[in-house]
Design a protein around this ligand. Structure first.
Ligand SMILES: Cc1ncc(COP(=O)(O)O)c(C=O)c1O
Length: 384
C-alpha cells in the first residue's frame, strides 16, 4: 500500500488562505507571539463561538492549565474528570498540583455522566458550608471538567446544575468540539472558561495551538496575563506572578484564521461522512455506530464503531492491513500508573465502551472513494 492510498483518521486539509496569510507573516517579519493575525484570529474565534473574549495559546493542554489556575483550583484540591478522555486535561490537573477524581461516562454522549457524579458525591462526599469534601482523601473537590468526546456535546444543563449545587468551578474541554452545538449554543461557551485545541488532527488546526474563551472580562485579562509570563511592565520587564510562555505565534494564528473562514464547510464534509457510515452500518448485526443526540450538532471529529463481542484487536489489525488507520479509544486514565491511586466511582460504562470500540477515519480530506473503501473494509471484516 503506498502512502497516497493510506487513509488517516483525521488529517489537516488546508484549502483556503493559509499560504497567503503565512506568506504575509514571513514578508512582514511578524512571525512571533505578537501580530495582526493573533488579534484577528482571537476576534473571529470569539465571534464564531459567540464568546465575549478569546485568548490564543500554544496548545489545548496549556489552555487547560491556565483555565484551572485562573478558575481558582488550588494546590491539593480535587477535580471531577471523566476517566475516558485523552490524558491532557488529567495532566493539566496535575500541573495545577491538584488531583483528579475519575467519573464514568454517559453512554449517549460519551461525556462525563452527571448521574455518576451525583452517585460519587452521595456515596463518598460531605457537603457543608459550600465546601464539597471527598471523605476518601479528606480533600476539597473544587471543580469539574466536562470533556466533549469525539465532537459530541456533554449534557450541559445537568452539569451546570451540579456545578451550581456544589459550588464547583466549571471548565469545559472543547478540544475536540470546535463548532459542536448543544441546543444551538457552541460547545466551550457554557462554562466560565472553555478550552480548544488546534493540534494537527483536530477539525481546525494550526499545526499546534489552542484557545481559551470566556465572557468574563477579568478572567480574559488574567488568562492573557498568565500566558505572557505575567509581564506587568512592557519596558522594564517587571512581572507580578509566576507566568507562562504560552502565547500563540502569528504564524500559527495566520493558519487558524484561514481555517476558520471555512470551518462550517469542514464540519459539513465530516458530517456527510458520518451520515454515510450511519446509513451503511446502521442495520448490520454485530456493530453499532455512535451517533449524535437530537439536541446536539456534532462536528463529527472522529467516528466510532462498537462491536457486540470483543473483536477490537482483530479489527484493528485487519483495517491496518487494508491501509486504513483506526484507533482504540484512550486507555482509561484511572489505569495509568501515576493516576491509579486516585479516587473514582463506578466506571462500568467507560470500561465497557473502551473494550469494544474503535475510532474510524472521518477526515475532511477523504474522497467518496476513500469512504467507500472504509465501508467495504468494515463490511468484509464483519462477514469474515
Ligand atoms: C479532550 C482533549 N483535551 C485536550 C487536548 C490537548 O490539546 P493539545 O494537543 O493541543 O495540547 C486534546 C487533544 O489533543 C484532547 O483531545
Amino acid at each position: 500500500m503506498n502512502n497516497q492510498n493510506y487513509i488517516s483518521l483525521s488529517e489537516p486539509f488546508l484549502q483556503g488562505n493559509e499560504k497567503k496569510y503565512v506568506n504575509e507573516c514571513l514578508d512582514s517579519g511578524w512571525i512571533s507571539a505578537l501580530g495582526k493575525f493573533v488579534t484577528d484570529f482571537e476576534r473571529n474565534f470569539a465571534s464564531y463561538t459567540g464568546s465575549q473574549y478569546a485568548v490564543a495559546v500554544v496548545n489545548g493542554t496549556s489552555a487547560l492549565h491556565l483555565a484551572l489556575l485562573t478558575a481558582g483550583v488550588s494546590a491539593n484540591d480535587e477535580v471531577f474528570i471523566p476517566t475516558l478522555t485523552f490524558i491532557a486535561p488529567v495532566n493539566a490537573i496535575s500541573y495545577a498540583n491538584a488531583h483528579p477524581v475519575f467519573i464514568d461516562i454517559d453512554n449517549k454522549t460519551l461525556g462525563i455522566s452527571p448521574d455518576a457524579v451525583e452517585e460519587f458525591i452521595s456515596e463518598n462526599c460531605d457537603y457543608k458550608n459550600g465546601v464539597l469534601t471527598n471523605r476518601l482523601t479528606g480533600r476539597k473537590i473544587s471543580a469539574i471538567i466536562s470533556v466533549h468526546i469525539l465532537g459530541h456535546s456533554c449534557r450541559m444543563a445537568e452539569i451546570r446544575e451540579l456545578a451550581e449545587k456544589y459550588k464547583l468551578k466549571w471548565i469545559e474541554d472543547a478540544a475536540e468540539a470546535i463548532g459542536t452545538l448543544c441546543d444551538g449554543k457552541h460547545a466551550g461557551t457554557f462554562a466560565e472558561i472553555g478550552c480548544f485545541s488546534f493540534n494537527g488532527n483536530k477539525t481546525l488546526t494550526t499545526g499546534g495551538g489552542g484557545m481559551l474563551v470566556t465572557d468574563n472580562e477579568y478572567l480574559a485579562k488574567r488568562l492573557r496575563h498568565l500566558s505572557t509570563q505575567a509581564k506587568s511592565d512592557e519596558l522594564y520587564y517587571t512581572h507580578d506572578f509566576v507566568g507562562y510562555n504560552y502565547r500563540m505565534s502569528n504564524i500559527q494564528a495566520a493558519i487558524g484564521l484561514a481555517q476558520l473562514e471555512y470551518i462550517e464547510k469542514t464540519i459539513a464534509a465530516k458530517r456527510e461522512i458520518q451520515a454515510r457510515y450511519t446509513k451503511e452500518f446502521g442495520s448490520i448485526e454485530g456493530i453499532s455506530i455512535f451517533n449524535e443526540q437530537p439536541w446536539c450538532r456534532s462536528n463529527c471529529w472522529l467516528s466510532l464503531i462498537s462491536f457486540t463481542s470483543d473483536r477490537r484487536a482483530d479489527f484493528i489489525s485487519f483495517m491496518q492491513s487494508k491501509g486504513i488507520q483506526v484507533r482504540p479509544l484512550w486507555e482509561l486514565n484511572n489505569r495509568h500508573p501515576m493516576y491509579k491511586n486516585c479516587s473514582h466511582g463506578n466506571l462500568s460504562n467507560a470500561e465497557n465502551l473502551y473494550e469494544k470500540s474503535v475510532c474510524i477515519p472521518c477526515s475532511q480530506k477523504m474522497t467518496m472513494a476513500d469512504t467507500d473503501r472504509v465501508i467495504a473494509a468494515v463490511k468484509s471484516f464483519i462477514k469474515a
